[in-house]
Design a protein around this ligand. Sequence first.
Ligand SMILES: [Zn+2]
Ligand SMILES: [Zn+2]
Length: 411
Amino acid sequence: MAKIINVIKGTKDILPQEAGAWQKLEETALEVFSKYGYHEIRTPIFEATELFARGVGDTTDIVKKELYTFEQSDRSLTMRREKTAGVVRSFIENGMSRLSPPVKLWYKGPMFRYERPQAGRQRQFHQVGVEMFGVKQPAADAEVILLAVNYLKALGLNDLEVEINSLGCPACREAYKAKIKEVLKPEFENLCEDCQTRYEKNPLRLLDCKVESCKAIFEKPEIKKVIQSDFICEECAVHFSTLKSYLDKTGIKYVENKLLVRGLDYYNRTVFEIKSNNLGSQNAVCGGGRYDSLVRNLGGEDTPAVGWAMGMERLNSLLPEVPVSKIDAYIVSTSPADAFELAEELRAAGKSVEFDLANKKFTKQLEKASKVANYALILGEDEIKANKVSVKNLETSEQKTVSRDMVLSLI
Ligand SMILES: [Zn+2]
Ligand SMILES: [Zn+2]
């Protein structure tokens, strides 16, 4: 026998019995996002490497080690690691800034990152997300947060907690960065290796370090005081408090978290995360924020933007399994020709119907019918002669013989 070829480490098949759960995530997305006026966008899986380098900024860890990059015809191409850069590229390239704002887009699909596979982290993973372009007012931030909460609720995830923070604008953030560097300077040697790198390039990103020794440093009173200080300027503060007043109005529970900075460098003002307490443990299921400078950085006109993404594997792990659905009817017949005819008739009328293509024994066919269908349609020699069908309800075992044109009304 030939050698078996296995799936690549860090990737996974979504098998037929799992597909129902994925379809539910996607169908619910279409349903909920449409209510808010969002339209789906599908962009290519790979793009010019430069897009990701410029999009997320050279300083992040992502660009350094997590991208799948390859050469083709002297061009460096990269598999998307997230979708925002590709959506922004398409927004610019297709002149969407000329449309009357806001431009509201949503997406779903596979993303790729090269990292050590571990529970719940794959190299090919899936995200669903939204991006809204053209509105600088905090109502846009509030709407995308509401949209995320309502999507999660529609999926059946309750007990949600929204965390929000404001990273300020470039003007007010610089002073904050400088203060953080200053207060952490005496602790530099005690910071983890990643934090030591971030210290120069983007000190804000130190704050979401998950290493315990770093977290302990940020808890020291004199350091905590600086981290928790209100650094944002008047305009940023008004934006943030207006956002909070909208959330209050809609009854969304939220908490402010000054340590919430999100992984990417391009965020400004609002950042947020949504956690779910489903199944006992707390899990972050959604992350997003405002990125007013990204469109300009990628060569477009100055366009404010806000959005979020959710990991679909994580969502799936929190939701109950969706059972594989049964078909409407299975035809049990001694005559494939007659079965073909009846099956096509019923399919054309909108029913899901199967029959035994291999023409196995009657009892085998009945056995199969009871496993996969709600009704068995028995088409034996007597029935065929009389132009009738015996319709058996496989749940109640009730059976009656009716004329062929009655079948549709019974299943
Ligand atoms: Zn500001
Ligand atoms: Zn650290």
